[in-house]
Design a protein around this ligand. Structure first.
Ligand code: SF4
Length: 107
């Protein structure tokens, strides 16, 4: 693109070579004072959280040995997918405060 000729074959090659994880690795995450998404107390075993484990594009939901789902907020893309599948009964979901959260560096 820098040569002013629009999208070139080389650009397409770059997109094919650089996978999703590599692209996400370019993003910068600035932590907020408090996590902007929290699993509500007592909801850690709710089946809707298992769906969040499957759909979170950053893979931030995991299940511990007690069968409870945990969330690691660093790396959140603020896409809202977990909010859609879990709903307000399960998650407290807010955008990070100004200046915190994800800064996209690619695409
Ligand atoms: S907002 Fe998106 S990236 Fe962040 S935890 Fe939810 S599903 Fe994952």
């Amino acid at each position: 693109m820098a040569n002013g000729r629009g999208c070139q074959a080389g650009d397409e090659d770059m997109n094919e070579v650089m996978g999703l994880k590599a692209k996400l690795g370019l993003d910068v995450f600035k932590p907020d004072k408090e996590p902007h998404i929290m699993i509500k107390p007592g909801m850690e075993k709710d089946p809707r959280l298992k769906k969040a484990m499957l759909v979170c594009p950053a893979g931030l939901y995991s299940e511990n040995e007690k069968g409870e789902v945990e969330l690691t907020i660093d790396g959140c893309l603020e896409c809202g997918t977990c909010r859609m599948v879990c709903g307000a009964e399960v998650l407290d979901w807010e955008y990070p405060s100004g200046g915190a959260g994800v800064q996209f560096r690619f695409g």
